[in-house]
Design a binder for this molecule. Structure first.
Ligand SMILES: [Zn+2]
Ligand SMILES: [Zn+2]
Length: 292
């Protein structure tokens, strides 16, 4: 599987690419990461260096998703993809998405630097349909129309086809999640240690996913620890951890999912609160089953 996703800035490429990467375990390349000099703002690498990085990535990875707006690079990569995805949700959607975009540390040194560039970025997004450079609708349209292989154009936002099924231990609660995960954290705080009974909780966080209970919703209990932001949903019969939504965030215990996720944890958090015994655990002897 080799997916090439492209479109205007704000068309949802990164969200879509991350979703496909997590769902199918694809190596993920954001073309921005090879076009710009690392650590420098708006300094382009040489065309030869960029082309070489793209070829290296495609040669080195058997299954990938590549995303970007650079017509020339998209065209070059299109000779190797198994599916071309053109995100074309319209100018207003792109502008709105750019307003919601969180700080991207790989592109901007600080959130302030990113904000300072926003007005200029939005002008550029608006000019998408009138420009005729390689980042324009005209160039993107031509790539899509000329492409002979499997291809999809989405006019109403990135399709979030990622689906994750989950259930509790006793099987009374079943659910499905549609969308993608923004973060995956292992939390070692004292609340998570207490309610998981373990060294840490392992939670996936999503700002876009939709949770649908398929059964047993009446068994879902939620406990909120007073005067904190800590909360946890669980099956009232078996106690298994279950997803819960708080304001605009969906929190999903990774162990509650039955669908394999390819995403690796982003990191350990609240490590200052680690249990004393929670150090160098990899060094403890491993037994494939209960030790004899
Ligand atoms: Zn249960
Ligand atoms: Zn915690």
């Amino acid at each position: 599987m080799k997916i090439l996703v492209y479109g205007n800035s704000g068309s949802g490429k990164s969200t879509y690419a991350k979703a496909m990467s997590a769902r199918h375990g694809l190596a993920h390349l954001d073309l921005d990461s090879i076009v710009w000099e690392p650590g420098k703002i708006a300094v382009q690498r040489s065309p030869e260096a960029i082309a070489a990085s793209l070829q290296d990535f495609m040669r080195g990875e058997a299954r990938w998703v590549i995303e970007g707006c650079y017509g020339e690079l998209v065209e070059a990569a299109s000779h190797h993809c198994t599916e071309l995805v053109f995100l074309n949700p319209g100018c207003e959607t792109c502008l709105a998405n750019n307003l919601k975009r969180p700080w991207e540390p790989h592109k901007y040194a600080s959130p302030e630097d990113q904000d300072a560039m926003l007005a200029q970025l939005q002008d550029w997004v608006r000019a998408y349909y009138t420009r005729d450079d390689q980042w324009s609708y005209k160039a993107h349209r031509r790539i899509f129309d000329d492409f002979a292989g499997a291809k999809n154009e989405y006019l109403s936002g990135a399709p979030m086809s990622s689906q994750f099924a989950g259930s509790c231990l006793c099987g009374s609660v079943r659910f499905v999640i549609e969308g993608s995960f923004d973060h995956f954290y292992l939390c070692h705080c004292s609340h998570c240690r207490k309610d998981s009974g373990s060294s840490n909780s392992a939670n996936l966080f999503s700002s876009n996913a939709r949770l649908t209970w398929l059964g047993g919703q009446d068994r879902v209990s939620t406990y909120r620890l007073p005067d904190t932001r800590h909360a946890r949903s669980f099956c009232a019969t078996c106690g298994s951890a279950l997803p819960f939504s708080s304001s605009d965030l969906l929190v999903v215990p990774a162990g509650s999912l039955d669908t394999d996720i390819a995403m690796a944890p982003d990191g350990h958090i609240f490590t200052a609160s680690r249990a004393r015994w929670d150090r160098g655990l990899d060094a403890a002897p491993s037994h494939p089953h209960f030790p004899a």
